[in-house]
Design a protein around this ligand. Structure first.
Ligand code: VGL
Ligand code: ZN
Length: 210
């Protein structure tokens, strides 16, 4: 059992229509996280939502490179997977899943809004230099431990969890409140990389109010 304490935050990553059934970049079984997240959110004193929020013609879109979705390309900051157009700012696909009910969420972090830079992580853009401001927000609120859930385990959840560790927070990923895209071996690699940085794993049933 893990008791949720006053310095704990739940980070809900990208539970948006485009990542769910019928969305532009649907994560297999992505909708299944919604009821789990809704329940979890009630346990936490601090709740942050993240929202993938791209410009039209964003550099992470295959359509911007005349390439096939899920191909990769080399950009100045490294290898970029090229995705179907998704989460274009202000569109229905970029909205939170309609069944996501987290009225007590206090902060929404939008990311990926620079046209030439992607951002899987809710802390640091893919150039490994541009901060979103989330670390400062959490520090100022006295947060010590992060519990990360949402979509997708092997991309935005993993990068957020790892950057959370690098920023000095204790981080636990809540497995049954996540679903993965799993391109090639991306899911196995993500769990290995997260473990290497000291990210812990739990299931939602482990978490209880103090
Ligand atoms: C994500 C791919 C592209 C995610 C966002 O939320 O995991 N994946 N943009
Ligand atoms: Zn994206």
């Amino acid at each position: 059992m893990i008791e949720i304490l006053p310095n704990d935050a739940l980070i809900v990553v990208d539970v948006q229509s485009d990542f769910c059934v019928g969305g532009a970049l649907a994560v297999p079984d992505g909708d299944a996280v919604v009821p789990v997240v809704n329940r979890l959110a009630e346990l936490f004193p601090v709740v942050v939502l993240t929202q993938d929020w791209h410009t039209p013609g964003h550099v992470s879109f295959a359509s911007s490179h005349d390439a096939a979705p899920f191909a990769t390309t080399e950009l100045a900051y490294g290898t970029q997977v090229l995705w179907p157009d998704h989460c274009v700012m202000g569109t229905e696909g970029a909205a939170f899943h309609p069944e996501l009910k987290v009225p007590a969420a206090q902060m929404v972090v939008r990311k990926g809004f620079h046209p030439e830079v992607d951002s899987y992580s809710a802390f640091l853009e893919a150039d490994h230099a541009t901060a979103t401001g989330l670390a400062g927000y959490l520090r100022e609120r006295g947060v010590k431990r992060l519990f990360v859930c949402g979509l997708a385990t092997d991309f935005c959840v993993a990068w957020t969890a790892m950057d959370g560790r690098k920023t000095g927070f204790a981080v636990t990923v809540i497995e049954d409140a996540c679903r993965a895209i799993d391109l090639g071996d991306s899911l196995a690699k993500a769990w290995t990389d997260m473990a290497g940085l000291g990210v812990e794993r739990a299931v939602s049933a482990d978490l209880v109010s103090a």
